[in-house]
Ligand binder design. Structure first.
Ligand SMILES: *Cc1c(COP(=O)(O)O)cnc(C)c1O
Length: 469
């Protein structure tokens, strides 16, 4: 091998180095290769992490997460003259350590259920934030919030992004009963198309989310009459894993038009929430804009839209999920058996699959892999990486070139921070993997691996079913 020749995994690391925006990289920003030819993340040897914490294992790089957060936060400070607040779309991955890290970077939280709200407030309390610091930066989303969830939101004084008439009427009733006011934003369907998977497209007219244009004036009139409902802003979100900047640009105009109308109705609007949706690089062919370019586009579009309508700059809220966490995490699996079908396909199985990463089977998502203990080995064969679930569709990656592997090797799937743990299940009664946080050579367990006892914890056995009865 010539000295100048590099393995594919080395090239991933080298090509990543030129990208300062985490969402444009394949690997976390701390990724290197040590003299054993092993992948190192956050100063920790990935194969050794698997030995220590078990397999499969989610490995979260603190520095990458903090870098994404600070690029969003500082970008708005640089490109937007008004106030701004970045809130993290918790549904991408909500757990106490992530909440704590992001809060320390000044990030707020978009939550979509009582459970996410509970996780967030619990993590913030335990991290030492005061209620006042917390509630002002939490926003509850959802197209079918339960009465319990709405009450929890009113009681904890977070803001609510109202999605539909039933919710508005319920809120009017609850706040009057409690004699307690609530700050709301109104979610509207902007009618903007973008190119992404149908299941994660939310901005077009045919969407289950938000009020249609023809409902909005009725909504404005309704909330104006309700003394316990303060309508402080408008919200829209156009979809996820979006590489184009134009839809975000168009959205600013749509939102600013409605913002002006709502002000004309006499509503005390101060906040404009433009949603999230910036895509990330899962494979080499993905080419998303950088976090900073996205922020710049959004900030400049909102500024221009407001200037054109003579509006004072509102507080600008953005709610990225995927691009905040995806690249910060990888999933390490242990290679198991293989099945060779001559002239057709070679399956290499790993010890996880659709229960820890349901994205390939749900969205036909593509991923890139490296072999953590063979980082300088050349690719040697084309294989299909199969999960261990009893389902033919449980394929993590089809037809990918990797080095020669043996059972026991550590296969690492890249960019698994978003919509992996948060969508993980116990399908086939497989416990969800553990997650470790790595930083400067230190590894801390942040989510315990589920045990067999965890799997039966919620089960009950009526006594009449036991043999001695
Ligand atoms: C999912 C979602 C987001 C985050 O989307 P990403 O593509 O993960 O950035 C933001 N806002 C709302 C309302 C969402 O539903």
């Amino acid at each position: 091998m010539l000295l100048t020749e590099k393995s594919t995994a080395e090239k991933f690391i080298l090509s990543s180095e030129t990208n300062t925006s985490p969402n444009q990289r394949l690997l976390p920003i701390t990724a290197t290769i040590n003299d054993k030819n092993h992948l190192v993340i956050g100063g920790c040897d990935v194969s050794e992490l698997v030995t220590q914490f078990g397999s499969p294992l989610y490995i979260l790089d603190e520095e990458t997460l903090r870098t994404s957060a600070s690029q969003y936060r500082d970008g708005f400070k640089e490109f937007y003259a008004g106030e701004s607040q970045v809130i993290y779309a918790s549904k991408a991955w909500s757990c106490m350590a992530i909440v704590s890290i992001l809060a320390s970077e000044g990030i707020g939280f978009d939550v979509v259920s009582g459970g996410e709200l509970y996780t967030t407030t619990k993590a913030l309390e335990m991290s030492g934030f005061t209620t006042e610091q917390i509630s002002n930066k939490i926003y509850l989303h959802g197209n079918n919030k339960s009465v319990t969830e709405l009450e929890l939101a009113i009681d904890s004084e977070c803001k609510i992004i109202v999605d539909n008439w039933l919710e508005l009427e319920t809120l009017a009733r609850l706040t009057a009963e409690k004699q307690k006011s609530v700050n709301i934003l109104i979610r509207l369907t902007p009618g903007i198309e973008c190119h992404t998977h149908d299941y994660i497209r939310t901005g077009s007219i045919d969407s289950k989310f938000g009020f249609d244009a023809n409902q909005l004036e009725g909504v404005f009139a309704f909330v104006k009459e309700k003394s316990f409902i303060n309508c402080i802003g408008l919200h829209a979100h156009i979809g996820s894993q979006i590489f184009e900047l134009q839809p975000h640009n168009d959205l600013a105009g749509v939102l600013a038009d409605w913002f002006k109308k709502a002000l004309d109705y006499g509503l005390p609007l101060t906040e404009l929430n433009v949603g999230g949706g910036l895509g990330i690089r899962y494979t080499e062919s993905d080419d998303p804009p950088s976090i900073t370019d996205w922020v710049k586009t959004v900030a400049q579009a909102v500024t221009k839209a407001c200037e054109e309508r003579n509006l004072a700059l509102p507080k600008l809220i953005a709610e990225p999920g995927r691009s905040m966490v995806a690249t910060a995490c990888v999933t390490a699996y242990t290679v198991g058996g293989r099945k060779v079908i001559p002239d057709m396909r070679t399956y290499v199985s790993v010890d996880g699959g659709m229960s820890d990463n349901p994205r390939p089977i749900t969205y036909q998502s593509l991923y890139q892999v490296v072999i953590a203990n063979k980082m300088r080995s050349e690719n040697a064969e084309t294989v299909t990486i199969a999960g261990k679930h009893c389902e033919s569709g449980d394929i993590l990656i089809k037809n990918i070139e990797i080095p020669d592997t043996q059972p026991g090797d550590t296969l690492v799937v890249l960019a698994t921070g978003a919509y992996n743990y948060s969508m993980a299940s116990n399908y086939n009664r497989i416990g969800r993997p553990a997650a470790v946080l790595v930083n400067q050579g230190e590894a801390n367990l942040i989510i315990r691996r589920e045990t067999y006892d965890d799997l039966v914890r919620q089960d009950l056995l009526p006594s009449r079913l036991t043999v001695n009865n």
